[in-house]
Design a protein around this ligand. Structure first.
Ligand code: GDP
Ligand code: MG
Length: 162
């Protein structure tokens, strides 16, 4: 079985995506940055694919300075364990310096990567998804982890990447 790590800055919807693919609420979804969360692994199912999926956590509570430290270490560990990467950004928020920080970490890994433009439901999301081209990580796949949209395109992207 292959392993995919979900990478991205806090609040882009990584845990929501993880939960949808695993089909259980194994990962804590929270819109407050700073909630302590662990790395979680589960078995994902998508069409006829099943694979191991790793959700990476957010910042430690009250430890904003940990982004270049703890999060970097955790992200690098997940990338190491993975055969492929889901890099997630938020189509509604647009790209932030933190997105670029994580993009630079995954770029160095040189593993198959699927760029996911999450929160892409509706007009605002669709428009924001194209901004992802700017990361230089390939074509963004518009997705709504919360509303369950775009998963057949995600399936096709996994098939193509692996
Ligand atoms: P994480 O920090 O990257 O794991 O993000 P979470 O999965 O905890 O989600 C952060 C926030 O984004 C929560 O309020 C989610 O409900 C919300 N969210 C996740 N996916 C979507 C989506 O597809 N569309 C919208 N509009 N909100 C989403
Ligand atoms: Mg999370």
């Amino acid at each position: 079985m292959f392993t995919i790590a979900i990478i991205g800055r806090p609040n882009v919807g990584k845990s929501t995506l993880f939960n949808r693919l695993v089909g259980k609420k194994l990962a804590l979804v929270d819109d407050r940055p700073g909630v302590t969360r662990d790395r979680r692994e589960g078995e994902a199912r998508l069409g006829d694919l099943s694979f191991k999926i790793i959700d990476t956590a957010g910042l430690e509570e009250g430890d904003e300075a940990s982004l270049p430290g703890r999060m970097r270490a955790q992200t690098e560990m997940a990338i190491e364990l993975a055969d492929a990467i889901f890099f997630v950004f938020d189509s509604r928020a647009g790209l932030t310096p933190d997105d670029r920080f994580f993009a630079n970490l995954v770029r160095r890994a040189d593993k198959p990567l699927i760029l996911i433009a999450n929160k892409a439901e509706g007009r605002a999301g669709e428009a924001g998804a194209v901004e992802g081209y700017d990361l230089g990580l390939g074509d963004p796949v518009p997705l709504s982890a919360e509303h369950g949209e775009g998963f057949s395109e995600l399936y096709a992207a996994i098939r193509e990447a692996l």
